[in-house]
Design a protein around this ligand. Structure first.
Ligand code: KG4
Ligand code: ZN
Length: 333
């Protein structure tokens, strides 16, 4: 079964074709990082225009390069939310028009569910497992019972993990996006120089705003020529220790046979290595090219949702913002 996946929830325009939820036939991503750099973060109006500018050609070229035509596709799957509504609408309108034109099934996908499915790409992973989802907008621990049954056990009470990386990156004077640039800087730093606090929240929840304030206060007290690499490394050490500790605790409590991680922050090598070293159960993580936003994970998600009408329920587990609820409603063709 061939599914075309379209993702435009933030600053990547992404289109992919995946066979049977796992085999990636083609995966194209156009990043808008260069466009948003001057704003130090994603500017929604710029993101929308940039998506609009490239999406039609990207869809056409994605099919062309692998010699697949619309008649060969079984369904079109598209991210409905959560994300920037004006960006989401660009992908949604494109997918809806294509589905109507070529009489294809349209499958609406929750972006976070998509991130979980990035772990099925080019892998034999099967549920059940416990999942740590760490992206720029969300941080959750999810009990994944089957391909379509989920329970969110806890989440961040304030900033998302990727957001914390981005904010501290900005504080250190690094370009957007902070996460990967902070990781690069941290390579040359000593993670034991600065002792930073750990948030006191319940076992499955997270909080990063106290840590952010602590880093801010620390920087105010330090001399101007303080070692930024040491601070980056100490911050990364603190965050990854918390993530690893909590997901291992959850796996033990739930007696989960596997730990899975998903979302942009899982590109972080310190997180990947630490979890592999310390986890008592097998760890699954997305291939590096599927950690950050991509169309392949949305196509995979479409495959696992294709026979259910419960994509709407799945979304309810994750979606807190009403904007994605509105989009959900309009997805019913
Ligand atoms: O999943 P994603 O591409 O978009 C959202 O759904 O939010 O995640 C993007 C987030 C950004 O906050 C980015 O800074 C972070 O993932 N990120 C990283 C790394 N690569 C991306 N954070 C830490 N280390 C990385 N190597
Ligand atoms: Zn994402």
């Amino acid at each position: 079964m061939l599914i075309l996946g379209i993702e435009t929830s933030c600053d990547e325009t992404a289109v992919a074709i995946v066979e049977d939820g796992r085999k990636v036939i083609v995966n194209n991503v156009i990043s808008q990082i260069e466009l948003h750099k001057e704003f130090g973060g994603v500017k929604p109006s710029v993101a929308k225009l940039a998506h609009e500018e490239v999406i039609d050609d990207l869809v056409e070229n994605t099919l062309k390069t692998v010699n697949i035509s619309f008649k060969d596709l079984d369904a079109i799957s598209v991210t409905l939310g959560p994300g920037l509504v004006i960006s989401l609408l660009v992908g949604f309108k494109t997918a809806k028009n294509l589905a109507l034109l070529y009489k294809k099934k349209l499958i609406g996908v929750n972006h976070l569910f998509g991130h979980i499915c990035s772990n099925y790409l080019e892998s034999t992973l099967e549920p059940p497992f416990v999942c740590l989802l760490v992206s720029g907008g969300h941080t959750q621990i999810i009990n994944v019972k089957t391909y379509t049954e989920y329970e969110a056990l806890g989440s961040t009470l304030d900033d998302a993990c990727g957001e914390a990386f981005d904010k501290i990156g900005r504080l250190l004077g690094l370009p957007y996006p902070g996460g990967p640039n902070l990781e690069k800087l941290a390579y040359s730093g000593n993670p034991n120089v600065f002792k930073l606090p750990e948030a006191k929240v319940s076992v499955y929840d997270f909080s990063f705003s106290g840590l952010k304030t602590a880093v801010l206060r620390l920087v105010e007290k330090l001399p101007e020529d303080y070692n930024k690499a040491d601070l980056a490394a100490s911050f990364q050490e603190n965050v990854t220790n918390t993530l690893v500790k909590k997901i291992i605790f959850a796996s033990e409590k739930l007696n989960a046979p596997k730990i899975v991680i998903a979302g942009g922050v899982t590109a972080n090598q310190t997180l990947r290595k630490k979890l592999q070293e310390l986890s008592p159960v097998p760890v699954f993580m997305p291939n590096l090219k599927y950690c950050t936003d991509n169309g392949a994970m949305i196509a995979s998600a479409g495959y696992f949702l294709k026979d259910t009408i419960q994509e709407l329920e799945t979304m309810d587990v994750f979606a807190k913002d009403s904007s994605s609820v509105k989009l959900k409603a309009s997805s019913r063709l």
